[in-house]
Design a protein around this ligand. Structure first.
Ligand code: BDR
Ligand code: CA
Length: 313
């Protein structure tokens, strides 16, 4: 049983990651969720997290993190995720409880109070995680690993070279990658191979209530993806939870990852030194391949499970 904390900016793919994590309580104990300004403003992504957790009848603490990045101002992604940040389904609104603590303080307190080591799952810009590591350096001893969606060795999506989560807060990302902690990086190299096809999305429409929610999310997300050249939909953030549940369907290379923070066309680029003679530790597993069908099967099975739980309530 892994104890995990999810830091996210829902976000269609963030929402799916939350769903799949909550569908596997016997493998993943979700200690809490924190939000971070990213796909949309902090208040919007926090509202989205509340809606998802309430919809799934989750009993998981939620805390709102930082409004924006360490140095620059926030860049959101309404083109991909809409004005609400999770456009598509209709939610009535909820009073799902929000912790009094800030996201960073909540992460710190939860890690400190947990006997076992905790795995951090980061699905948005890395601001909260960087502030946690800088403000409370002793927590590194209590962190098992960080599994994050961000970056990419081959290309970007926000710019030609930089992926969105890293581009939004490259200074935070460099702190996290250089923390020395074991990191699993699900970047665009692998996440753009972790696609769900239009036919697979269509299958969800006639199933239960949770599958229907996933269908509504994915229908919007698939449509918005067209402007970026996608026919099928890359489920970026879900790669992190899928890796924790089924690492055997992924493969990658170990590296020491740095982030370009200069004011240049390369701002937000993640890179490693892959020369044969490169020395020094390589704490980051950069995922490169995924067995796509097994990946999608994991999502579909999780949704079926959640549908059945809903039906039994
Ligand atoms: C990442 O950016 C966000 O839009 C997604 O939620 C994902 O975390 C992909 O580049
Ligand atoms: Ca995200």
């Amino acid at each position: 049983m892994k104890k995990i904390l999810i830091d996210c900016d829902p976000g269609h793919d963030d929402a799916l990651a939350l769903m799949v994590a909550l569908a596997h309580p016997e493998e993943l104990e979700l200690l809490g969720v924190t939000t971070i300004g990213g796909n949309q403003t902090l208040s919007r992504v926090t509202e989205n997290a509340k809606n998802i957790l309430y919809f799934l009848a989750a009993d998981v603490p939620l805390a709102a993190g930082e409004e924006g990045p360490l140095v620059k101002s926030l860049k959101t992604a309404p083109e991909a995720h809409g004005e609400s940040g999770m456009e598509g389904p209709y939610f009535e609104g909820t009073d799902y409880p929000l912790s009094q603590a800030t996201g960073v303080e909540f992460l710190y307190q939860t890690i400190k109070q947990t006997d076992d080591k905790v795995t951090l799952v980061a699905l948005g810009p890395l601001t909260n995680i960087a502030l946690l590591l800088k403000g409370h350096p002793e927590v590194t001893e209590s962190i098992e690993e960080i599994v994050l969606m961000g970056g990419g060795l081959s290309h970007g999506n926000q710019t030609a070279l930089a992926e969105f989560n890293i581009y939004v807060d490259p200074e935070a990302a460099e702190i996290v990658f250089q923390s020395g902690l074991p990191i699993v990086m699900a970047g665009l190299d692998v996440t753009e191979k972790a696609e769900i096809t239009v036919a697979e999305i269509e299958q969800l429409a006639g199933r239960g209530r949770v599958s229907r929610l996933a269908y509504e999310l994915l229908s919007f997300y698939n449509e918005s993806g067209r402007q970026f050249g996608f026919i099928d939909s890359p489920l970026h953030d879900l790669c992190t939870i899928a890796y924790l549940l089924k690492p055997e369907i992924f493969s990658g290379v170990q590296a020491d990852i740095h982030v370009i923070t200069d004011e240049s066309p390369a701002r937000g680029l993640t890179y490693g030194d892959f020369r044969r003679a490169a020395v020094g530790p390589k704490p980051v597993l950069v995922l490169q391949e995924v067995m796509r069908e097994e990946f999608v099967a994991l999502l579909l099975t999780a949704l079926t499970r959640l549908d059945a739980e809903e039906a039994n309530q």
